[in-house]
Design a protein around this ligand. Structure first.
Ligand SMILES: [Zn+2]
Ligand SMILES: [Zn+2]
Length: 165
């Protein structure tokens, strides 16, 4: 049962890894970050500036003219909310982009660590070894034609395309 679970996680991870490293995901990540980051930065910077202007205007009593509120108080007050909205939307978009970055990083990390272990005993494997040095399980498939060492799940040689057995 646990073996199955391990295999499922591995294959699932392999799929996530493929998806996250695909060109489509990379383009999406680039798009999300290039739109989201400037929006978030501008929005929050705007919020900060508005707040600072509003706060300093509030202290200075001259800002309250004979008509009540002056532009010095009203402009930052009115810009405060749209800036916050832009910053909020921007950070949401950017966080989606960062999720792809994090997923990419972790799946690659898992692939490097889990993917490089014997499926039978879990021993760390040398990428050039065909058999596990701990339990003797065949962990790689050597191509009969070009001698390239392939993953044990591979059906065909990733270098020359010869059917593996
Ligand atoms: Zn082993
Ligand atoms: Zn080959």
């Amino acid at each position: 049962m646990f073996r199955n679970l391990e295999e499922t996680i591995k294959s699932l991870n392999a799929n996530v890894n493929d998806v996250v490293n695909s060109e489509k995901a990379k383009k999406l990540r680039k798009k999300l970050l290039s739109i989201g980051l400037p929006m978030a930065v501008c929005g929050f910077l705007g919020v900060f500036i508005c707040f600072a202007l509003f706060a300093t205007a509030g202290i200075d009593l001259d800002a309250f003219g004979p008509n009540g509120f002056t532009a010095r108080v009203m402009v930052p007050f009115l810009l405060f909310i749209p800036c916050g909205v832009v910053g909020g939307i921007g950070s949401t978009i950017a966080s989606l982009g960062f999720k792809i970055v994090i997923t990419e990083y972790t799946t690659n990390l898992i692939k490097e660590t889990v993917g490089n272990n014997c499926p039978n005993c879990g021993a760390t494997l040398n990428s050039e070894k065909v058999f596990c040095s701990k339990c003797g399980t065949k962990v790689r498939k050597e191509c009969s034609k070009c001698k390239h060492i392939n993953d044990y799940k591979s059906e065909f040689c990733e270098k020359c395309g010869t059917k593996l057995n």
